[in-house]
Design a protein around this ligand. Structure first.
Ligand SMILES: NC(=O)c1ccc[n+]([C@@H]2O[C@H](COP(=O)([O-])OP(=O)(O)OC[C@H]3O[C@@H](n4cnc5c(N)ncnc54)[C@H](O)[C@@H]3O)[C@@H](O)[C@H]2O)c1
Ligand SMILES: O=C(O)C[C@H](O)C(=O)O
Ligand SMILES: [Mg+2]
Length: 444
């Protein structure tokens, strides 16, 4: 079984004869498709029309389905095939909308000239009031240079916009934050830093997204130092938080002490290095890593990890394997050690399908769709915005990871990404640490 990425909706008519829908399901299964949602569109006198969502690996399977359904006959008819994913992206996924009514001249004068001038003066005299009288206090810039869009590589910021809009949707729906995509037409770290600093006035936080390594390290480090608002590179720390949570849960279920476990990290780029650093800072004594690039291995060694030269040897040595290379099917089934925990986190396709890892004897396995930074970044930013914190600290990230682990059902690695309770728990955990930190700063 592979990671089915193509999603199509088939509009199918079946006669009102028991077993008709079953025949359709069998045809879909024989073509290697997975059935998702089934929606009834119309119930006629002697027929039903349904939209059936099907996930497949490639277009050829859809063509096969089309001809098999045609051959089936007996009143079963395929009316249409649509690409719901593309459809959902038409016109973009986000929009800027006004919160106030604009129906009368009084409205116009209140929200715009001349009323607005007094608000400007207030903010001029007390800049902090911008948090009260503008949307700045609830807005986070989602900044990319397009150099590491998912595992698709350097496809440019415009091609990466659907991902940035996706992050904005998650910010909005999971944490009530305005996430504004900012696409940068430069890969030069100095220019990126300068540009982000110049646009930072309109935001209360900066989420760096899909900026490749190694330039992402300097960019984040410098922006954290030079800006007075929270900055976080999602692919580094959002991912590290959720991975730590998954590792905590896996060890709890398997009865292993995480701190004594041997962890093998495959791919030491933005995500991989941050995951390794997070685990070491959490107290995991044995973190090993591999990367095709020598500099990446040297960076791990600088932080106290040890590097390997072969993935097979690394996997033979470790209890927990985490992969963030962007390379699908990199991990062979025969390398999986019985009882191992395998987190193959690359998107859109993992290094090994969880089903294959489990078949090969892994005790727990997950991919980047479930162990995903969506569980971390919305609540982390909600927490720091609520606390008006100026920074996102390591203790806040650990608190976020522990909150995610605490919300995970026994036997699972992470909670459901759309469980709003989890995002609330992450928010509260981060806010708690942020206010503790504020108290320390005040009493110093
Ligand atoms: N699940 C999640 O939440 C999540 C979060 C962040 C990143 N990711 C995924 O992780 C992957 C990497 O993202 P990133 O931002 O770290 O990118 P990156 O480009 O910074 O890092 C990738 C690293 O993998 C190394 N690599 C590539 N091929 C390799 C191979 N065959 N053997 C060993 N090392 C190899 C590269 O040298 C590089 O250091 C992407 O697919 C991304 O989708 C997932
Ligand atoms: O975008 C995601 O789904 C997670 C992560 O940020 C990634 O780059 O893969
Ligand atoms: Mg990303």
């Amino acid at each position: 079984m592979t990671n089915k990425q193509l999603i199509r909706t088939l509009m199918i008519e079946t006669p009102s004869i028991p077993g008709s829908l079953g025949k359709v399901a069998t045809i879909i299964g024989l073509a290697g498709g997975d059935i998702g949602e089934i929606e009834t569109i119309k119930v006629g006198p002697n027929y039903t029309i349904r939209n059936i969502t099907v996930q497949v690996d490639h277009e050829g399977q859809i063509e096969e389905l089309e001809s098999s359904l045609f051959r089936l006959g007996g009143g079963i008819r395929l009316h249409a095939i649509s690409d719901e994913v593309l459809h959902a992206h038409e016109g973009g996924k986000i929009q800027m909308k006004s919160k106030v009514a604009l129906q009368s001249l009084a409205d116009l004068r209140r929200v715009y000239t001349p009323g607005v001038a007094n608000v400007c003066r207030i903010i001029e005299q007390e800049p902090d009031k911008a948090k009260i009288y503008t949307s700045i206090g609830n807005s986070v810039a989602i900044v990319t240079d397009g150099t590491a869009i998912l595992g698709l590589g350097d496809i440019g910021p415009v091609a990466g916009m659907p991902v940035m809009e996706g992050k904005a949707v998650l910010f909005d729906q999971l944490a009530g934050i305005n996430g504004i995509p900012i696409l940068l037409d430069t890969k030069d770290p100095e220019e990126i830093i300068r540009t982000v600093k110049h646009i930072s006035l309109g935001f209360s936080g900066i989420l760096l997204e899909d900026i490749g390594s190694p330039h992402c390290f300097e960019i984040e480090e410098r922006l954290k130092k030079e800006l007075q608002i929270p900055v976080m590179h999602d692919d580094q720390h959002g991912t590290a938080v959720v991975t730590l949570a998954a590792a905590i849960s896996a060890c709890k279920s398997a009865g292993i002490d995480l701190k004594k476990a041997k962890v093998g990290q495959i791919g030491l780029g933005a995500a991989g290095l941050a995951i390794s650093r997070m685990l070491m800072a959490y107290g995991v004594a044995n973190v090993f890593g591999i990367d095709k690039c020598q500099d990446a291995k040297a960076r791990l060694e600088n932080y106290g990890g040890r590097s390997f030269d072969s993935i097979e040897a690394l996997m033979g040595n470790c209890d927990i394997i985490i992969a963030t290379t962007g390379v699908p099917e990199l991990i062979k089934q025969q390398w999986v050690r019985p009882g191992q925990v395998i987190l193959a986190l690359s998107n859109p396709k993992p290094e090994i399908e969880p089903e294959l890892a489990l078949q090969a004897g892994a005790a727990y396995a997950a991919d980047g769709r479930s162990v995903n930074n969506v569980l971390g970044f919305p609540g982390i930013f909600r927490g720091v915005l609520n606390a008006q914190a100026r920074d996102i600290t390591h203790s806040m990230l650990v608190a976020a990871a522990e909150a995610i682990a605490a919300c995970t059902k026994p036997g699972d690695l992470v909670p459901h990404p759309l469980d709003l309770h989890v995002h609330k728990m992450v928010t509260e955990a981060v806010e708690r640490v942020a206010s503790l930190h504020e108290e320390i700063v005040v009493t110093k």
